[in-house]
Design a protein around this ligand. Structure first.
Ligand SMILES: NC(=O)c1ccc[n+]([C@@H]2O[C@H](COP(=O)([O-])OP(=O)(O)OC[C@H]3O[C@@H](n4cnc5c(N)ncnc54)[C@H](OP(=O)(O)O)[C@@H]3O)[C@@H](O)[C@H]2O)c1
Length: 290
């Protein structure tokens, strides 16, 4: 039995989509089963059993982990992610789970003093390693799905505004990260390995806007703003103070080239498919942006 967490999220959902209908029993641990898309449960995915659970609820973890051989671990970024995910790791160890596939990020480093997101993820990687389970760490670069954050402005004003300067970002579609995660979850030979996962392109936000203009057939432009203007926009969008600062630090690390990861072949090598291009992502999700 394989256990997948984060099934209502970008990557966990993609892991379930990869495993749906395959001859392997899968359990999906979700906080709210009603939020799982129809294609990932019920008659559409008879090999996926859905259980309600929360990293903060030890009893629910114990039930979900019964008889599990390997688990995919992911949750949203946030100040409690280390504590909550390490609770899951302890429960997995107690339940006799043999392997973990852990979703981390490129640049995760517990000594990263000025970028708390990368520090949280580094602390998490170290905590998972200290638990002694055979683990595969997945370290993707920036998700194309982050562009949904700008969807309202793109639709209403043809605009992406951010403090992203001219630096190039190495994008990856979270669905390809999910495909790599599924491949490493079903195959024990990946235990003990770490994979940096990228798409095929490094593009600045201006270049992303150009490609959006081509794919959507309407102009989209990038507007460079200060970090303080970005802070105001994040506040207006309802982000918490800690996540506003966490995001600004992360963006600054990328702009300062603390994080500078070139495209690699990991998606093709582990899944047998080319990573999705930005254009393919934009075509698939056109309705969210136009
Ligand atoms: N975004 C990027 O550019 C990027 C780049 C590199 C790496 N990453 C990694 O990707 C991770 C985010 O992955 P994602 O985009 O798939 O996340 P996501 O779409 O935000 O989904 C997070 C998932 O975690 C679940 N979750 C949150 N708290 C939980 C709890 N207490 N108990 C059980 N489940 C819980 C959520 O369930 P609910 O639906 O109930 O909330 C949801 O299914 C980050 O933490 C980071 O490690 C992201």
């Amino acid at each position: 039995m394989l256990l997948v967490t984060g099934g209502t999220g970008n990557v966990g959902g993609a892991v379930l989509a990869e495993l749906a209908g395959k001859p392997v029993p899968v359990r999906a641990l979700v906080r709210d089963p009603a939020r799982l898309p129809a294609g990932l449960c019920g008659a559409a995915a008879p090999n996926i059993q859905v259980v309600q659970g929360d990293f903060a609820d030890a009893a629910s973890l114990g039930r979900a982990l019964e008889g599990v051989e390997a688990a995919f671990l992911a949750s949203a970024l946030g100040p409690r992610m280390v504590e909550l995910q390490l609770r899951f790791v302890e429960a997995a160890k107690a339940a006799g789970v043999a392997r973990l596939v852990q979703l981390s990020a490129a640049g995760a480093n517990r000594n990263m003093c000025c970028t708390r997101v990368l520090r949280w993820l580094g602390e998490l990687e170290c905590g998972v390693a200290a638990a002694g389970l055979a683990t595969t760490h997945l370290r993707p670069t920036v998700f194309m799905q982050n562009l949904f954050e700008f969807a309202d402005d793109i639709r209403s004003k043809g605009l992406i505004a951010g403090p992203f300067r001219t630096v190039k970002w190495t994008w990856v579609d979270a669905r390809d990260v999910g495909a790599v995660a599924a491949a490493t979850l079903v195959d024990a030979s990946h235990a003990g390995r770490s994979y940096t996962i990228t798409g095929s392109d490094s593009l600045s936000y201006s270049e992303v806007a150009e490609r959006m203009s081509e794919v959507f057939g309407r102009p989209v432009r990038y507007l460079d703003i200060t970090a303080n203007e970005a802070r105001g926009r994040l506040q207006a969008a309802g982000a918490s103070p800690v996540m506003i600062e966490a995001k600004l630090e992360l963006w600054d690390a990328c702009v300062s080239k603390v994080l500078n990861i070139p495209p690699n072949d990991v998606v093709r090598e582990l899944t047998g498919r080319e990573p999705r291009s930005l254009e393919a992502f934009l075509r698939d999700y056109r309705a969210r942006f136009v």
